[in-house]
Design a protein around this ligand. Structure first.
Ligand SMILES: [Zn+2]
Length: 206
């Protein structure tokens, strides 16, 4: 079941007040058609009944992949979260049943986690490689120019590349969203533990 909620909101374009619906939980196993909306960031987009422009409701939600036992929670940082004991209990039970649960604080991270788990990869190994890539890029950029301001890269998993002899994890990176570059990490350069665990999702479950 995908649960939605109603909120009274004022349209930012024409100020008309209306009731809008948004999702709090999306079950992509039961409603697979919602998955693309999540991936494209259009899950909680509504059309204003008055001016017909788009109103995007910024709200956190739970992404529930029942088939693969994955539960991802998007938390919207600037909205003060009330402690929801009912929800916490449900999540605890799911983790006890072998669910992988991750909480993320930005949308791009949510999409990244979905992509990693769709590729059947262990997200903790991918995160370690991603962190290494980020350190390398951050260091190289400070060496290149006299960049004094706080300059840092965002690094996100893109895909696994299966070559004939080589397998690579590719990431997309940017410090400026207008300039996206791709970096690749050869799987053979992973350390022994990372290699063993890269395709092991079971160790992430209780
Ligand atoms: Zn409007």
């Amino acid at each position: 079941m995908s649960l939605n909620n109603t909120v009274v909101q004022i349209c930012p374009h024409c100020d008309s007040q209306q009731e809008l619906q948004y999702y709090q939980t999306v079950n992509i196993t039961l409603q697979p058609e919602l998955k693309n909306k999540v991936l494209s960031g259009k899950l909680n987009e509504n059309t204003c009944s008055n001016c017909k422009k788009e109103i995007n409701i910024i709200a956190g939600f739970l992404y529930h992949d029942m088939k693969n036992k994955i539960m991802l929670e998007l938390s919207v940082a600037d909205v003060k979260e009330e402690k929801d004991e009912g929800k916490e209990k449900i999540l605890e039970d799911m983790i006890a049943q072998g669910y992988i649960y991750r909480k993320v604080y930005d949308y791009e991270k949510l999409v990244e986690k979905i992509n990693i788990f769709d590729s059947k990869l262990n997200d903790l190994v991918v995160q370690k490689v991603s962190d290494k890539m980020k350190d390398m890029l951050d260091e190289s950029i400070t060496k290149v120019a006299e960049i004094k301001e706080d300059f840092h890269f965002n690094v996100f998993y893109k895909k696994i590349e299966n070559g004939l002899f080589k397998k690579k994890i590719s990431f997309y990176c940017y410090s400026n969203p207008g300039q996206i570059l791709e970096v690749k990490h050869d799987i053979k350069n992973l350390d022994a533990d990372e290699k063993t665990n890269l395709y092991n999702l079971e160790i992430l479950r209780k």
